[in-house]
Design a binder for this molecule. Structure first.
Ligand SMILES: [Zn+2]
Length: 143
């Protein structure tokens, strides 16, 4: 029997640097709305949503490791505006990233994992000094 650690009790400090941007339809004064990914973890933890919690940790682990190492010059990467999907816990670039970057005005992020776009928010990574932290993803080689 293996005991699986979902990490709900241990949230990397870096998560708090990734802010959840409210959608136009969200009430910014809603206290239940997580303001950053650390709070998102707590929400998933409190609602016993281990699946979302695991997904968030996996995706953030990948992002933080790419940010820590820097691009190796060999792996093809994508940089853009990240999002979180509240239905599946996905954190990363949306599947409509190109549309999001090129269209003026608001377009909801489409989750790359479950393809929903009605339960997503954009994420903005910000260092304590205010500088932006980009979302970088290694492009998966799709055959
Ligand atoms: Zn999703």
């Amino acid at each position: 029997m293996s005991s699986k650690v979902t990490g709900g009790a241990q949230i990397p400090a870096a998560y708090a640097s990734f802010h959840v941007l409210p959608n136009a339809s969200d009430d910014p004064s809603d206290e239940r709305m997580p303001k950053n990914l650390a709070q998102a973890c707590l929400l998933f933890h409190q609602t016993n949503n281990d699946k979302c919690l695991d997904r968030l940790h996996e995706d953030m682990g990948r992002l933080l490791s790419i940010l820590a190492k820097g691009p190796d010059g060999k792996t093809k990467i994508s940089i853009g505006k990240g999002c979180i999907c509240w239905s599946c816990g996905f954190v990363g670039l949306p599947s409509n990233a190109q549309e999001v970057e090129t269209t003026s005005g608001f377009i909801a992020a489409t989750c790359k994992l479950c393809s929903l776009n009605d339960d997503t928010n954009f994420i903005e990574g910000r260092q304590p000094d205010g500088s932006a932290i980009p979302f970088i993803e290694a492009d998966l080689a799709l055959a």
